[in-house]
Design a protein around this ligand. Structure first.
Ligand SMILES: *[C@@H]1O[C@H](CO)[C@@H](O)[C@H](O)[C@H]1NC(C)=O
Ligand SMILES: *[C@@H]1O[C@H](CO)[C@@H](O)[C@H](O)[C@H]1NC(C)=O
Ligand SMILES: *[C@@H]1O[C@H](CO)[C@@H](O)[C@H](O)[C@H]1NC(C)=O
Ligand SMILES: *[C@@H]1O[C@H](CO)[C@@H](O)[C@H](O)[C@H]1NC(C)=O
Length: 361
């Protein structure tokens, strides 16, 4: 099915470039005639230049952006420009995932402990990173334009019929234990990356992800690395230290596992939520995986659209908050997240056009 779609787009590109090349030849002949008349010489040279520039631009566009949907054109550089307005010292230089080589000799230790840094967790990290990997798949790395959809778990996705739209994005980022199986019509089936922590890991990662989905651990505490190590090395499981029992058996391929660089958690807290990083110990509030996923996307995507974000009105106490389970906003009250504060941060990004919403936010 997917293959057929791809062939279809390739055909469209070939046809449209053939039309263009006929048009281009006609313009070229016209320009040559103009140049023959000497007084048109300067204008002619200018015209050739413009035709060449036009040719290059049109070629790139028809080659890279065969999708016809308006929203899916590629505004190259726009996310970077707008993100730099919002995030002081914005840079795309930080690796998305932690790598083993950075922990053999820690040259510049992180100033923060988890979840904002790796201070104090270096040893356990060495053991975890020895089994996991850090690369971005070639299929994502090589994209000329990375159009990303960050799919939240919000109730608004229910009966949304957004599945086909979501599947069209180059990169689809999902969160926590949100199921896909049985919900394809509303949430799609493609998952490029899934961000999670032990307590939010799906017990059956193989059925809810694609074989090549990156399983990205967002570590909130050192125990989270420990959990990953005991699972992947099949060591004795540790049950204490989690606020909810994480899976004891978790059937995932270690090659698909990544450890999110806590830099993105730091940026989310310090720059998107403006939390006082100097008073970390006193600070109860921590960003949600969803907001961290948006921050991550802002650092490697060329287009960031969100779906299924937002919570129901706080007055609506009976309304369920997720598309797949019957829990209400009440269950968020005891969490360390401040959802109204995050909503303001997301609204701001929507207003400045840094991100777009696919479902009502
Ligand atoms: C930006 O970077 C400079 C130089 O590293 C630093 O002094 C400054 O505090 C940073 N600003 C913010 C808001 O992070
Ligand atoms: C979704 O659609 C089904 C069938 O059309 C309907 O029974 C159900 O009530 C809808 N659910 C919501 C949350 O709107
Ligand atoms: C959550 O954030 C809002 C808006 O920034 C703030 O007014 C409120 O005090 C915060 N709530 C908690 C429990 O920290
Ligand atoms: C989100 O999208 C919906 C429709 O797609 C739109 O009506 C709404 O105004 C948007 N909300 C925000 C906050 O941008």
């Amino acid at each position: 099915m997917e293959e057929a779609d791809e062939n279809h787009s390739v055909l469209e590109v070939t046809n449209s470039s053939r039309d263009e090349s006929n048009g281009r030849r006609a313009i070229f002949h016209m320009v040559i005639k103009m140049i023959n008349k000497s007084r048109w010489k300067i204008l002619g040279v200018l015209a050739i230049f413009l035709v060449m520039v036009g040719y290059i631009i049109s070629r790139e566009e028809s080659f890279y952006f065969p999708l016809q949907d308006d929203k899916m054109t590629c505004p190259l550089g726009e996310v970077e420009r707008k993100a730099a307005q919002l995030i002081a010292n914005y840079t795309r230089d930080h690796p998305l995932f932690l790598q083993l080589k950075d922990y053999f000799w820690v040259k510049t230790p992180s100033p923060y402990e988890l979840p904002y840094g790796t201070k104090g967790s270096e040893e356990i990290l060495l053991r975890v990173l020895a089994i996991t990997s850090y690369s971005l798949p070639e299929s994502v790395q090589s994209l000329k334009c990375r159009r990303c959809a960050v799919v939240g778990n919000g109730h608004r996705l229910r009966n949304s019929s957004m599945g086909d739209t979501i599947n069209k994005y180059d990169v689809v980022i999902r969160l926590n234990n949100a199921p896909v199986h049985g919900y394809e019509r509303d949430v799609g089936s493609k998952t490029t990356m899934r961000l999670f922590y032990p307590e939010s890991a799906h017990f059956n990662p193989k059925t809810e992800n694609n074989p090549n989905t990156l399983l990205v651990l967002v570590a909130f505490k050192p125990m989270d690395f420990q959990w990953m190590e005991t699972i992947l090395h099949d060591k004795k499981r540790i049950r204490k230290g989690f606020w909810k029992q994480p899976p004891l058996i978790w059937d995932a391929n270690p090659e698909q596992v990544r450890i999110l660089n806590p830099y993105f958690m730091e940026i989310t807290a310090a720059k998107l939520l403006n939390l006082p990083m100097k008073h970390l110990r006193k600070m109860k509030q921590k960003p949600t995986t969803g907001l961290v996923a948006i921050t991550l996307a802002l650092h490697f995507c060329d287009l960031v659209h969100i779906a299924g974000f937002g919570y129901p009105d706080s007055a609506n106490k009976k309304q369920t908050i997720h598309y797949y389970e019957q829990i209400t906003l009440k269950s968020m009250a005891s969490s360390e997240h401040n959802v109204s504060h995050e909503a303001l941060a997301i609204k701001k990004m929507l207003e400045m056009g840094l991100i777009k919403n696919l479902t009502y936010f």
